[in-house]
Design a protein around this ligand. Structure first.
Ligand code: HEC
Length: 166
């Protein structure tokens, strides 16, 4: 029976590096196509009118998607964009941004980030593409901000549909 030296099996560092980055790229692509798929599924089950709102607010109360968006916004975006999407000296008011941005533009900015290279003060919007807490809840974050932007929802912690009043 032939004997192999360990070196015959060892991968060069270069090869290993390539393998790892390929694995990363594949995982990322999988994630993106999964997102695209769920987007399609959602679109299929959506009502026929194309102007259907991306949120549910009834008598000032929100469904669990909007509430989830409110919480994720608080965890990931508030420190720069201010409470309730109202903006800060560092980052723009998303309540205003969503009056002229499409959902696709919003998603692209959050996933890829953005840097205003023209201003003296280099304010940076970080890329959240690898942050599952943001990526997996992006529809809900968008819904919450769109409800705020449309004026359908006031400032502060929203009450949920079905909650009692205290
Ligand atoms: C570290 C601070 C910071 C955090 C955290 C942050 N942003 Fe930003 N964001 C910015 C800055 C600064 C800009 C403006 C960038 C520019 O001028 O191009 C920006 C721009 C944006 C824009 C484009 C607005 C417009 O009017 O063009 C969107 C949309 C946005 N952010 C969404 C989010 C969301 C959603 C989150 C949370 C998931 C988030 N941001 C978290 C700093 C931040």
């Amino acid at each position: 029976m032939p004997r192999y030296r360990l070196a015959d099996f060892a991968m060069s560092d270069k090869k290993a590096g390539l393998l790892i980055s390929t694995a990363f790229a594949a995982t990322f692509l999988l994630g993106v196509s999964a997102l695209a798929l769920s987007e399609n599924a959602r679109a299929d089950s959506a009502p026929a009118e194309s102007d259907a709102k991306p949120y549910i607010v009834q008598n000032g109360r929100v469904d669990h998607h909007v509430f989830n968006g409110y919480r994720r916004y608080g965890d990931n975006c508030l420190r720069c964009h201010g409470p309730d999407g109202a903006g800060s000296s560092y980052a723009p008011a998303l309540v205003d941004s969503l009056k002229h941005m499409t959902k696709e533009q919003f998603e692209n900015t959050v996933i890829n980030g953005r840097q205003d290279v023209n201003t003296a003060n280099q304010n940076v919007m970080p890329a959240f593409g690898l942050n599952p807490d943001v990526v997996e809840n992006l529809d809900d974050i968008y819904g919450y901000l769109k409800a705020r932007s449309d004026g359908a929802l006031g400032r502060g912690r929203p009450k949920q549909i079905g909650d009692d009043d205290n």
